[in-house]
Write a protein that binds this ligand. Structure first.
Ligand SMILES: Nc1nc2c(ncn2[C@@H]2O[C@H](COP(=O)(O)OP(=O)(O)O)[C@@H](O)[C@H]2O)c(=O)[nH]1
Ligand SMILES: [Mg+2]
Length: 354
């Protein structure tokens, strides 16, 4: 790979205290690694602490004003503006030293699609990573991703990565927040991209204020992305829920009721998700064609008629069963409404031009 093909992108939101130091560090390492054509892009989305004023005086950088809030948005805009074949990105809070750059350059010689800087394989300085993130959040999410997506990641939340631009552009990215980082990793795995890791140094950030990351909210958003990008991760529950429903039936009708309802809801939700993804990507499998062409509404009408009859004729002593059937009816009606909405708005699209 030619040494002029790397761009550095630094996402920035209110980092007046550290941004200049970070840029200087990047410039120093660009020189040391003989990368004369390497550009530095600072991607700012609405700093109000004077960062922008400072950045306008700094030479040798490209400043991009991103109109959308969020870590993912800042990086997405930065990457799309970058001219390099590869883009290396790292935080503006001085936590990822650019002395890590040489490792990424070496890895880039192997023509990867994504190189992740692993803090857990490298060196984490005291105070750099909160206990909860280091020993709970990051290892659990990393383990889940390794199991579900079969990608040998060791630090899924790392904020220093190198990505090939034309690979990134094929990923059809959606998330503007912190979960963008998971989306990038997971889509690399789903697309079978060439993935490498390098061990990096991680310092305690130099800023005074709290990080933008909010542990629980962002952790949950990462988890949600992990599950929704691969709904097959929920398949085990299709066995677990009915099993629990049967196990609890003799001792607790209510718990059995709950698990069987969850099974029914999950089955219908997965079918809806399947059809929605197919419609968005215009790739219909036999299951989707079945959902599209099968006469669902009249069939549901018949189902409603029969189940309503059952509810009416069952004796009041079978109240539990009656309530269960009412519940099934409600869920079915809601599902039909959802499926018909997806069909109307997403499936039956006419071309914009011929
Ligand atoms: N959360 C967030 N970070 C942003 C945004 N725009 C730029 N950033 C930058 O993204 C980087 C990551 O944020 P940070 O608070 O360090 O998250 P952490 O490293 O996960 O604790 C920092 O350099 C921020 O300045 C934004 O809109 N939201
Ligand atoms: Mg940070």
């Amino acid at each position: 790979m030619s040494r002029t093909q790397i761009s550095i992108v630094i996402p920035c939101l209110n980092e007046a205290k550290t941004i200049v130091q970070v840029i200087k560090d990047a410039q120093k390492q660009i020189k040391l690694n003989h990368l004369p054509g390497c550009e530095i892009i600072v991607s700012d989305n609405g700093s109000t602490d004077g960062s922008l004023r400072i950045l306008k005086r700094v030479s040798g950088i490209r400043l991009i004003n991103v109109p959308v809030r969020g870590y993912g948005a800042a990086l997405h805009w930065g990457i799309l503006h970058a001219r390099g074949k590869y883009i290396l990105y790292a935080d503006a809070d001085a936590s990822y030293p650019f002395s890590n750059l040489s490792l990424f350059i070496t890895a880039a010689q192997k023509h990867p699609d994504l190189v992740l800087g692993s803090r857990l394989k490298g060196r984490i300085y005291p105070g750099a990573m909160p206990f909860l993130h280091r020993y709970l959040g990051t290892p659990i999410l990393t383990f889940l991703i390794r199991q579900l997506y079969r990608i040998p990641v060791t630090d899924c939340n790392s904020g220093m990565r190198l990505v090939r631009k034309n690979f990134y552009q094929k990923l059809n990215m959606h998330n503007s927040g912190m979960e963008w980082a998971s989306e990038l990793l997971l889509k690399t795995a789903l697309k079978g991209g060439r993935y490498l890791e390098v061990p990096i140094i991680f310092n305690k950030d130099r800023r005074l204020r709290h990080p933008h990351l909010s542990s629980w909210a962002d952790g949950w958003r990462h988890l949600k992305t992990i599950i929704l990008l691969k709904p097959a991760s929920l398949y085990p529950f299709l066995i677990l829920f009915p099993l629990l429903g049967i196990v609890f039936y003799p001792t607790s009708f209510s718990l059995s009721f709950l698990f069987l309802s969850l099974f029914y809801i999950l089955t219908l939700s997965l079918l809806t998700l399947h059809l929605m993804s197919a419609a968005i990507e215009s790739k219909f499998l036999p299951l989707d064609n079945f959902l599209i062409h099968f006469k669902l509404v009249p069939l549901t009408g018949l189902f409603l008629f029969i189940v309503s009859g059952l509810i009416y004729y069952l004796p009041e002593s079978r109240l539990g069963t009656k309530l269960f059937l009412v519940n099934i009816l409600g869920i079915t009606c809601m599902w039909i409404f959802l499926i018909e909405t997806v069909k109307t708005h997403l499936v039956n699209r006419l071309p914009d031009s011929v």
